[in-house]
Design a protein around this ligand. Structure first.
Ligand code: SMG
Ligand code: MG
Length: 370
């Protein structure tokens, strides 16, 4: 048992090495909330995966900040002495807001594990020390620019390439990359930009031996995803639609997907992420670890999660250098075999560097019990 004594919220901003364009917008900077939770015996970190705008989901930085400050943090203070399994129930009176909740769940877990000297990977049930890594490539300005980026990432060792697509920038991009690299693991991610009226696009993509098509339709369209899956050969993978282990089970039972992208931040934190993993594994559905352009803190959490046995496909856990010239932690580095190390120290096993943290901070607020 340990008690949350105070929480420091911090908004940080750091430039991305290259703008990241998806079907819902362009990001040039990573701007996110970090929570530092102080317990009786340690401090732990949680990185919130919301962005500036509510484009990927309805949650966004300023909303998450208020949800944490005015609702979730007070609930955690009121809960008193806690074990990890008590944190989600303590936050349950707040409906939804999984990304805001994940920030505190993960930060508490980090602090609790640091008190015990146990690594996150060991606590979650990891069975390996390194994970196979892929990379997500934003919508490029041209086919040539895309081929150059893909070539660079493959040369670095990445084991799977995921192309962001949107209506009008899809089949010809995939065709060009597949022609240049006939044997690579290749997938696409539409971030919900299509509808069932586009079924011909997905029939055309069937020709390119894709590992999966990720989240083609709106996040609420499980029945529509199932209808699309019946009409194409390529496996569908769901990202935005999967918000909990319950929604993963629903999607699988409906036949809405055959692969699941697990993002711990999107499902309310690392504990629910393990339940999603367990539900998929029980159903024989492969999972992989998604990414939200996390800093080295969130990335350490993703790497620990990706080391669980059901994560059988390379994920979006790319190296720090794919995102930032200088991360806020010591960088996560890709080996030439396309793997990265899972951290082994207590909790997340990484700390923000104080100088980097100060340099990136846009705002802080300290929260404490009344
Ligand atoms: O962390 O490398 C990363 C990003 C991977 O493509 C990625 N994430 O839908 O899977 C996804 C997107 C969401 C990013 S929104 C900023
Ligand atoms: Mg996605």
């Amino acid at each position: 048992m340990t008690r949350v004594r105070s929480i420091e919220l911090r908004l940080i901003g750091l430039p991305l090495v290259t703008p990241f364009r998806t079907s819902f917008g362009v990001e040039t900077d990573k701007v996110c909330i970090l929570a530092r939770v102080e317990t009786d015996g340690a401090a732990g970190w949680g990185e919130c995966v919301t962005g500036v705008d509510p484009g990927f989901s309805e949650e966004f930085n300023e909303g998450a900040w208020l949800a944490i400050r005015d609702h979730l943090a007070p609930a955690l203070f009121r809960a008193g002495d806690l074990e990890p399994e008590g944190v989600e129930p303590a936050l349950a009176a707040v409906r939804g807001n999984p990304m805001a909740k994940a920030t505190l769940v993960n930060a508490f877990l980090d602090a609790w594990l640091r008190e015990r000297g146990e690594s996150l990977a060991s606590f979650l049930g990891a069975d390996r020390e390194r994970v196979a890594c892929g990379v997500s490539v934003g919508i490029a300005p041209s086919v040539d620019a895309l081929l150059e980026q893909v070539g660079d990432y493959l040369a670095e060792g990445y084991r799977r390439i995921k192309l962001k697509i949107e209506p009008g920038t899809d089949v010809e991009r995939v065709e060009a990359v597949r022609a240049a690299y006939p044997d690579i693991l290749l997938s696409v991610d539409a971030n919900a930009a299509y509808s069932l009226a586009h079924v011909e696009v997905f029939r055309a993509l069937d020709a390119f031996d894709l590992l999966m098509v990720e989240q083609p339709l709106h996040h609420e369209d499980l029945v529509e995803h199932a209808a699309l899956q019946r009409q194409i050969r390529t496996d569908l993978c769901l990202d935005e639609s999967i918000r909990s282990a319950a929604s993963a089970r629903a999607a699988i039972e409906l036949g809405a997907c055959r692969i699941v992208n697990i993002k711990q931040g999107r499902v309310g934190g690392l504990l629910e992420a393990v339940r999603v993993h367990d539900a998929c594994r029980a159903a024989g559905v492969p999972v992989w670890c998604g990414g939200m352009l996390e800093t080295g803190l969130g990335r350490a959490a993703n790497l620990a999660l990706a080391a669980l046995p059901g994560f059988t496909l390379p994920g979006d856990t790319s190296a720090s250098a794919r995102y930032f010239t200088e991360d806020i932690t010591d960088p996560h580095v890709l080996a030439t075999d396309g793997t990265m190390a899972v951290t082994t120290g207590p909790g997340l096993g990484v700390e923000p560097r104080p100088d980097r943290l100060e340099a990136c901070t846009l705002r802080t607020e300290r929260l404490a019990p009344p």
